[in-house]
Structure formats: C-alpha cells, structure tokens
Design a protein around this ligand. Structure first.
Ligand code: 5GP
Length: 259
C-alpha cells in the first residue's frame, strides 16, 4: 500500500489514487476511534470485515436503485470506488432511541420511535460534528434544497431496505450514518451517490431477541468481544465461510495475513 499516492487518510480508512482517472482505492484499517478520537484502539480484523460487509450492502442497495460510489472489491482490505466530491454532511437515520438522541432528550435507550428520524451533522472533527438543520446546509452552500430532497429520499429508502435486510437475519437496525457525494459524468452532469461505507462502525445493530450490541458501541463503551460482534454480523449476512481462516475468496477471517 506504500507505492500508490495517498489522497486522504481518515480515522478508519485511507484513500489512494485509483488505477483509472476518476477512481480511488478505499483501504479499510483496523483502527477504531470514538468520542471525537479521544478514545483510540484497534479492532483486529475490522478492516477486512467492514470491507466485505460494506461491499455486500452497497451491492444490495445498488440492486434496488440506490446509486453508490462502489465499483468492486479488490482484495481483503481494499475496494475500488468512484471519486466523488463528498458533501460535508453526515446523515443519521434513527429507528430506535440510542446514543446521542437518548442523551440529548433524556430518553431511554431502546425505545422504538413512532417514525424514523433523519438528522444532519456537519462533518467536521475539530468542531465535533455539530448537529445542523437544512437551513445551515443550504445557507452555507453545502447542498441545495433539491440535493436535500434527493438525500432525504435516498436515506429513507436505504433505511427501509436495510431494516428489512437486517430483520431477516435477526438484527434490529437501531440507527446508522451515511454520507453522500457528487459524481460528475463526461458531460459534467452531476448526480448524488451514496459514498463512504456501511458497516458496524457506523450502524447500531442489536440482536433482535436479546438486544445484544453487535456494533462499534462495544468498543465505545468497553463492552468487550468487539471483534466477535463484527464477525457475527458478517456471519449472519452469509459472508463468513466455515473452515480454515483465509481458505476461501470470500473469507473474512484471515485478517492477520493481509495488511
Ligand atoms: P449518535 O449520534 O447516536 O452518536 O450516532 C448515531 C449513529 O450514527 C450511530 O449508528 C453511529 O455509529 C453513527 N455515527 C454518527 N456519527 C458518526 C461518525 O462520526 N462516525 C461514525 N463511524 N459513525 C457515526
């Protein structure tokens, strides 16, 4: 991973120049951060699992007509994506009270919401991703009202689809965060596409029966068995093969062999 030109390094991923113009290679690290990077750690094999989970979910979403930046998975830790202009807005969709929603309103975690809530946060680590409204987004020129209509529609569609998909494997999709980017074609026409990743790093996933947390909250809250939780999500999605780690193309259990 050293010979290619690095274009960006985030907390959980590195972006490299891709093999063709307009593409990037998205590399998934095992690094984990929480609470605005005040808590740092490593979740062994996380990058391998998230690469695979995100590939699977992006492909499934593309099948139902959600445009995404994903092109193809290259290897255990890397995927080829289209280069997009990231909109600096984190879109959070919530189905059940948890995390900052519970804190902000003094609500009990686990309470189902009567309808899904969509929230926007300004993607800015230095400012600790402050919550924003449509007014801020349009006033500061991060997106137009048309873009926001599109983003809201896609987010709710993604939520509907993922709710069903996870329910089918005994998982409650409590909430999640997505990001969108602008993709331009050769005629300079723009369309918004789903970017970044969808994985247990940016979703809250609870076991349907026991409410056991199967996501990054295990790391954030020091609940232990973090690696196992990520693996369990991959296993239920059918992405883990039985047998020796690393012995099959789709196997995500060989993290130590790939860096
Ligand atoms: P909360 O606002 O409750 O902390 O987070 C809501 C949901 O969005 C959670 O599923 C959380 O994982 C995700 N989320 C919010 N902000 C971020 C972020 O900056 N990074 C990641 N990876 N996920 C986030």
């Amino acid at each position: 991973m050293t010979r290619r030109k690095q274009v960006y390094e985030g907390k959980a991923k590195v972006m490299f120049e891709g093999p063709e113009p307009g593409t990037l290679v998205q590399y998934f690290k095992d690094d984990a951060t929480a609470f605005n990077a005040q808590k740092r750690g490593t979740i062994t094999g996380k990058g391998v699992i998230n690469n695979r989970i995100s590939e699977y979910l992006m492909l499934r979403l593309a099948e139902i007509g959600i445009p995404t930046h994903f092109v193809r998975r290259l290897n255990m830790r890397e995927q080829l994506v289209r280069q997009v202009e990231i909109i600096p807005v984190e879109v959070v969709i919530r189905n059940v009270v948890a995390g900052s929603l519970a804190q902000r309103f003094g609500l009990e975690e686990g309470t189902p919401l009567p309808r899904s809530i969509v929230e926007y946060y300004y993607k800015n680590d230095k400012l600790q991703d402050p919550m924003i409204s449509e007014e801020h987004i349009t006033c500061f020129g991060w997106a137009t009202t048309y873009d926001l209509d599109d983003i809201m529609q896609m987010s709710l569609r993604i939520n509907d689809f993922l709710l069903g998909l996870f329910h089918g494997i005994g998982i409650k999709l409590v909430d999640f965060k997505v990001e969108f980017g602008r993709l331009y074609n050769e005629h300079d026409e723009m369309r918004l596409v789903l970017a970044d990743e969808i994985s247990p790093d940016n979703c809250r996933l609870w076991d349907l029966k026991t409410n056991e947390k199967l996501d990054k909250d295990r790391f954030r809250r020091d609940l232990g068995r973090v690696e196992e939780a990520y693996q369990e999500v991959a296993r239920r999605l059918g992405l883990l093969t039985e047998g020796t780690p690393g012995d099959a193309p789709g196997d995500v259990r060989g993290p130590t062999t790939v860096q």
